[in-house]
Design a binder for this molecule. Structure first.
Ligand SMILES: [Mg+2]
Length: 159
């Protein structure tokens, strides 16, 4: 099934440097909202920043977001020293592949981590990257309808 992730984990904190190194991963791309930041919060939590900076010691890192709000992306960018690309139009992979070029990495040696099968996982698969699905970090505060849509989306990846 095209939308089934290669790896399904609870959160970014379950990412294993050792395992990804063993898969010859050189760069990790992350979705922004609900993957590394609570949706619409605009602020990274301290432990998330620490973890991303730890990963940055081992991999090239970038965030690829569909968020079109340039002020929001700028605010997020001001908190980290790796690229954050907004308005990426995932599952389109143009922006993602451009960052691969900038990083001088082959997409086959990259992983993409996100909370949504229809954008993040599809994007990873189209680009030939290892796809990693995480649970939404803001799931508990989300509106019921949003959670229901996510539930339906996840049903589509079950066998
Ligand atoms: Mg997301």
């Amino acid at each position: 099934m095209r939308l089934r992730p290669d790896i399904n984990i609870k959160s970014i904190y379950d990412i294993s440097v050792f395992n990804l190194k063993a898969c010859e991963i050189e760069a990790i791309f992350f979705d922004l909202d609900s993957t590394v930041m609570r949706s619409k919060s605009g602020i990274f939590e301290k432990e998330t920043l620490e973890f991303l900076n730890l990963l940055k010691n081992h991999f090239k890192i970038a965030i690829i977001s569909n968020n079109k709000n340039t002020e929001y992306i700028k605010k997020a960018q001001s908190q980290v020293n790796f690229p954050i690309m907004g308005n990426a139009k995932k599952p389109d992979i143009k922006v993602l592949l451009q960052v691969c070029k900038d990083f001088n990495v082959n997409p086959f040696n990259c992983a993409f981590v996100g909370d949504r099968p229809l954008t993040d996982i599809l994007c990873a698969k189209r680009a030939g990257m290892l796809s990693i699905l995480v649970d939404s970090i803001s799931a508990a505060d989300e509106k019921k309808i949003v959670r229901f849509v996510r539930y339906l989306e996840r049903l589509s990846i079950k066998k």
